[in-house]
Ligand binder design. Structure first.
Ligand code: C2E
Ligand code: MG
Ligand code: MG
Ligand code: MG
Length: 291
């Protein structure tokens, strides 16, 4: 019986492997034509000024809905797009689209800034600095209205290349943030080597605030370090009032999370800006929309 069990386990294992690679292949195949079919879009999640609780920006997040596969999350399709190189096209489009709306929304909120995620593949495989420059120029957008988010991965894999490109971006004057801070393996020395302006504390550390002592001391240390290094801090994944209050008291600059709003479709985000209550003292954003 033990032997049979073992064989069944093996069969299940190989079947799972087969299913996983079949899905990956299906994703790869469908993704190749997704952009031209108009199936790729951006959603916008508000960034909230911790002190005033007003919207001061948005993070653009990519979405894909396929006619056959349904809706696929970026955590699943971005890695595929990176491995095929398609991310260069998709990411270039996202940059352009996000800048276009940033220009519009800056008329509503003067210091509005748009955060765009950039894949490490874009940073080394394409001339990102020129793409950024032309997008800013095309829409007449001030550099400080744009924030480029990158994760730590590339800094470790190819620090020399990363340094060159990030310095080019810094020279343009756009903000550069280190995304998902705390989840990678980069040492704190990276913060000084690269021209970061902003640090985004990963949701993982925000989740258990303020009750978990480990999270609390980590976030406190990060905030102290950021203050000394003149970095702006954004907390991701803020889901309840207690977290928001604690983070604000500790000096975190910007809050992002479901407490304020999930990522919103273009029209919903525009409506939010148009209807926002300028005299409010509490919540600025609604919780409409889908993740
Ligand atoms: P990220 O850049 O760290 O984005 C934040 C993620 O956290 C988003 O997931 C957002 O929807 C989610 N989130 C925000 N607030 C909350 C909250 O309060 N609770 C919870 N549970 N989640 C929250 P999303 O949109 O699924 O994106 C996942 C990741 O995919 C992003 O993580 C980013 O690494 C990548 N990604 C998304 N769009 C793009 C893109 O245009 N280009 C590239 N290269 N990567 C992208
Ligand atoms: Mg991000
Ligand atoms: Mg993040
Ligand atoms: Mg993330």
């Amino acid at each position: 019986a033990a032997k049979d069990g073992g064989r069944n386990t093996f069969r299940t294992f190989t079947k799972d492997m087969h299913d996983a690679s079949a899905r990956r292949l299906a994703i790869q195949t469908r993704l190749a034509g997704a952009h031209s079919r108009g199936d790729i879009s951006l959603m916008y999640q508000p960034l909230i000024d911790a002190k005033t609780k007003r919207i001061i920006g948005a993070e653009a997040l990519m979405r894909w809905t396929d006619a056959e596969l349904g809706s696929i999350g970026p955590d699943e399709f971005i890695p595929v797009a990176e491995s095929t190189g398609l991310i260069i096209e998709l990411g270039g489009w996202a940059l352009d689209e996000a800048c276009r709306h940033a220009r519009e929304w800056r008329d509503v909120i003067p210091n509005f800034h748009m955060a765009v995620n950039l894949s490490p593949v874009q940073l080394i495989g394409s001339d990102v600095a020129s793409s950024v420059k032309s997008a800013l120029l095309k829409y007449g957008l001030e550099p400080k209205a744009l924030e480029i988010e990158i994760t730590e991965g590339l800094l470790i894999k190819d620090p020399l290349e990363a340094e060159v490109t990030l310095n080019e971006l810094a020279e343009i004057g756009v903000s550069i943030s280190i995304d998902d801070f705390g989840t990678g393996y980069s040492s704190l020395s990276y913060l000084h080597r690269f021209p970061f302006t902003t640090l985004k504390i990963d949701r993982m550390f925000v989740m258990d605030l303020p009750h978990n002592e480990g999270s609390r001391s980590l976030v406190t240390a990060v905030l102290a370090l950021a203050q000394r290094s003149n970095l702006k801090v954004i907390a991701e994944g803020v889901e309840d009032q207690e977290q928001a209050q604690w983070l604000t008291e500790q000096g975190c600059d910007i809050l992002q999370g479901y407490l304020f709003s999930k990522p919103l479709l273009l029209d919903a985000f525009s409506a939010l800006l148009d209807n926002r209550d300028t005299t409010d003292d509490g919540k600025t954003a609604s919780s409409k929309g889908q993740p």
